[in-house]
Write a protein that binds this ligand. Structure first.
Ligand code: FE2
Ligand code: FE2
Length: 233
């Protein structure tokens, strides 16, 4: 029977999987959606540091999808497309969300930047003719999640928070370890970490993320892994 990995071995495994995912990145794209075309668009619409983040999210999403035996091509594409609208002005985000008929909450109106995930999915569809509902959902849910979201959505949601450029705090490393064992447990931990940050900075919490957190908690409640460490609020 194989020996289970220690905490630090599991974290090392996370970084190894992400590193290995750098091979043949372009192979996950199609003639209809060439990776180069998306990169060219991004280079005109997002600053360089953000582009580096996007590339690391793509790579991390590939690694997690491979590890959990999910659709790697879809994870790669959603990873590369996830922040298309990151630098759109608040007025543009609101206008596009309204034109799409999205139901806006008071939190969206107070902080339209939160709409960049939904709007990135609109841009993916309209600018790059992406029609795959799983890819579009993974882009749409990368910031706030969504109760009942697919494992592919969980992978992109987690890749956005856990890509290696996000830092190496013990909390983040704990989540990197958790995401290899159970995606839902890791989603729960990301939500809890985000809430702690928002509460500490006296900021609004989006109701959709509360729903995502409750959903992830229920799915992860029968895990054999211990609950995450208590957060300092
Ligand atoms: Fe984002
Ligand atoms: Fe991102």
């Amino acid at each position: 029977m194989p020996k289970s990995l220690t905490h630090s071995q599991q974290i090392t495994k996370f970084y190894t999987l992400v590193e290995q995912a750098s091979c043949r990145l372009a192979n996950h794209f199609t003639p209809e959606l060439p990776r180069e075309r998306v990169l060219s668009w991004l280079s005109q619409n997002v600053p360089k540091p953000r582009l580096q983040h996007i590339l690391r999210v793509e790579q991390t999403a590939i690694a997690l999808a491979q590890h959990h035996q999910l659709a790697v091509d879809k994870a790669a594409q959603a990873g590369l497309l996830h922040d298309l609208a990151k630098y759109f002005e608040p007025e543009r985000l609101l206008a596009m969300a309204k034109a799409e008929g999205l139901a806006l909450t008071e939190v969206d109106l107070a902080d339209p930047h939160l709409l960049h995930a939904d709007v990135s999915a609109i841009v993916a569809r309209d600018e790059f003719a992406v029609s795959d509902p799983e890819i579009l959902a993974a882009v749409r849910n990368h910031t706030l999640g969504q109760p009942g979201m697919s494992q592919l959505c969980c992978v992109v949601f987690l890749a956005d928070s856990l890509e290696p450029g996000r830092g190496t705090s013990p909390e983040l490393e704990d989540i990197r370890q958790a995401c290899l064992d159970n995606l839902y447990q890791a989603v729960l931990q990301v939500c809890d970490r985000t809430f702690a940050h928002l509460i500490n900075h006296h900021r609004l919490i989006h109701p959709r993320m509360v729903l995502t957190r409750n959903w992830a908690l229920q799915l992860s409640s029968d895990l054999t892994t211990p609950p995450p460490k208590k957060l300092n609020l």
